[in-house]
Design a protein around this ligand. Sequence first.
Ligand code: SAH
Ligand code: SF4
Ligand code: F3S
Length: 475
Amino acid sequence: MGERKQVEISAEELEKQEYYIREVRRINDEQREKARCAPKYIILTYGCQMNEHDSEKMNFMLSQMGYIPSDNIREADIVIFNTCAVRENAELKVYGKLGHMKTIKKIKPDVKVMVCGCMMQQQHIIDEIQKSHRHVDAVFGTHNYHKLPEFVYESYSAKGTIIDVWNIDGQVVEGLRSIRKFDTKAYVNITYGCNNFCTYCIVPYTRGRERSRKPHDIIAEIRALAKDGVKEVTLLGQNVNSYGKTLDEEYTFSRLIRDINEIEGLERIRFMTSHPKDLSDELIYAMRDCDKVCNYLHLPIQSGSSRVLKKMNRHYTKEQYLTLVEKIRREIPDISFTTDIIVGFPGEMEEDFQDTLDVVRQVRYDSAFTFIYSKRNGTPAAEMSEQVDEKIKHERLERLIALVNDIGAQINETYRDKTVQILVEGPSKTDKTRLMGRTPQSKLVNFDGSDELVGKLVSVRINDPKRCSLNGIVI
Ligand code: SAH
Ligand code: SF4
Ligand code: F3S
């Protein structure tokens, strides 16, 4: 599977995209003359950074077509749901919102409703939309969202829902630009798709087989971002550690890190997600040696029980994971770890769960994303017997969260009176008169300061650590 060669479909598809952008822009400019205001759009994004970044690229296309952003679903002329299929509750939220759009569309029949992203890569979801959500104007998937301008154009004349979901998965689309949420930091895709087939996970089915972008394309993109004032990049892939495997040349993730570290103007490098089974010694040394790489690692464990990990098809044991963490800490002593944990995987017993708690105690994660196992149609785990009782799953989740929070708060307390380096991102979410930024370890810090600090690296002394964030004073 990993052997399959990837193809690029840049020039031809992008030419088509530009044509439709121009056509929609023409229509929108005419409308604007009449209505004296520009049409508005909103994208509601669910799921992971992949989806967030795809939405940033759609933001760019929409602005080129003459739309302006809105944060109000009722006033938007085009509403796009970029969906996630990883757990059932993510899917239920989208169905809820689509129901709401039916009501809005009764009052505002011209509003365009489009649904894309991971959910749409599953036939039973498309069937459901065709059956129960006929007010949707277009459905497209994770491999062809670059065709959004065409869907917008076609939706003016189409009768019924436009459905265009690609199931090919050997493709990389280059040359899509994005409008980012922050000026100072940016996401950069390095791999698409996943070949790991963890038995609980839908992602390999919704995002297709793993493929890597060429190093030259990635480096050129980051150089351009750095020139544009971006100080921090987060390299994105479902498993960044296997970067390069589908390329014609010999080129690894650790080499990519070393090459990106040389880019002038760039201050920080982050990446996610790292699969423990593919984290090489070379990567640890590259992280240690490269001054721009943040001392932070998101290293999903999923379960602390070797027995459960085997059933999950994760290819490491509890002991191997702990040894890896130890090795990384030896080379990079002030590194911090975060993780993903699933409770209630089929067959998980109390003693398996105790192993998970044990790993949390030993590693002492700064924080963890904790999930209740959710059965996904078409994945091997959905067919496993011994599905865990809902009540037990919830009770385990609560115990896990209590432990994670307790350790997180203890770690935050150790920051009291310490000076940390912050990349200032913008106004604080909780109090707009203050600023916020993150430490290399990705800790959120709030502090007083003037707007000129945005985009700069500043030293902040922590005087008031809280459970989920830190407060400090610029020094
Ligand atoms: N590629 C990344 C993340 C994939 S999805 C990785 O391998 O770490 C993000 C997280 O969702 C996973 O790490 C996992 O913890 C969780 N997840 C995936 N499928 C799930 C399921 N069926 N039920 C509950 N959580 C799930
Ligand atoms: Fe899903 Fe596993 Fe791939 Fe992550 S590595 S996306 S959890 S299959
Ligand atoms: Fe969800 Fe798709 Fe990401 S399923 S977690 S949005 S890759």
